[in-house]
Design a protein around this ligand. Structure first.
Ligand code: GUN
Length: 296
């Protein structure tokens, strides 16, 4: 193995420490405490784990955490009413509705009810449009985390060839916009891309966000490339449950210049960026300077 391992866990800790430091100064200097409201509908076990972790890390950063757990059979009208109540609450600077929602609820309608200034997920259509036109937006947390790791490792991304594998609204599309914003030459590849390995081999920066365990092999990677693995897949191997990414780590690490591991790469950056976005939203709401290095 020759690649440098990009330690997302350690980097996320420094981001969280920066956020906590800024929060302490906001409280002391302005009497303002950033607040994050998380809404969970139903009992999806993975979502429950995420929401618990978000609440814990929000409190550790010195912020206020408001958790709203609603039964799976909650009506759309009741959920929309809660979102509107949170929009109007001055103690709440960030609102996150955990996805996926139960199938009888229209996610787009619910997300687009969130005040765009409090949309710390960056999923509201206004924020999508702002990001796409290079204006100041709330940026989705996972792609923002990937961008921070890339800037930290490579410095300037300008002129580099980037390939994003995956075209989801949560990761692939906003990731491509962010890389374009940093002057990369960007390709979005997906399951229908012809000769996907050859397209991937053009990349100085390769971001894998497809949700297929270990799909990207070492011979898809340009020697020396920086590989960002967004995948978190649970697989059974040798009778044990194991977490793996969308990249075949062993073969890719033999070719890449740098690579994020799974676990301990992109994953921890997502909640760190959620905290950063909540702090940013709070600063904007109060007309205060935004934290440096924590936004796109
Ligand atoms: N479910 C899985 N990832 C996410 C995320 O980033 N935000 C929300 N709201 N739900 C999710």
């Amino acid at each position: 193995m020759s690649a440098t391992i990009i330690d997302g866990k350690a980097f996320a800790e420094t981001v969280r420490a920066q956020v906590a430091d800024h929060v302490a100064r906001l409280k002391a200097g302005h009497g303002v405490t950033p607040g994050l409201a998380v809404v969970l509908v139903g009992e999806d076990p993975a979502s429950q784990v995420y929401v618990r972790s978000k609440g814990k890390q929000t409190l550790e950063a010195g912020m206020a955490s408001f958790e709203h757990k609603l039964p799976a059979e909650t009506s759309e009208a009741d959920l929309v009413a809660l979102v509107k109540q949170l929009n109007a609450d001055p103690k709440v600077h960030g609102i996150l509705v955990q996805l996926p929602l139960p199938p009888h609820l229209d996610s787009d309608l619910v997300i687009n009810t969130i005040d765009p200034a409090k949309d710390v997920d960056g999923f509201h259509i206004s924020n999508v449009g702002l990001l796409g036109t290079g204006q100041k937006a709330m940026v989705p947390c996972t792609p923002l985390g990937c961008l921070m790791l890339l800037r930290d490792h490579l410095g300037s991304l300008s002129g580099k060839t980037a390939v994003v594998v995956g075209r989801s609204n949560i990761v692939g599309k906003p990731m491509a916009q962010l890389l374009l914003g940093d002057s990369c030459t960007v390709t979005i590849a997906h399951s229908r891309t012809q000769d996907l390995p050859a397209v991937c081999r053009t990349a100085d920066i390769l971001v894998a966000a497809v949700g297929r365990p270990e799909m990207v092999k070492g011979d898809w990677v340009k020697p020396g490339a920086t590989v960002i693995d967004v995948g978190i897949n649970r697989i059974e191997r040798d009778g044990k449950t194991k977490l793996v990414g969308d990249v075949d780590f062993v073969s890719a690490a033999a070719v890449a210049g740098a690579i994020t591991p799974v676990p301990g790469g992109v994953g921890p950056m997502t909640i760190a960026c959620l905290l950063a976005n909540t702090l940013t939203a709070c600063c904007r709401a109060n007309g205060l300077p935004e934290p440096e290095g924590l936004t796109a």
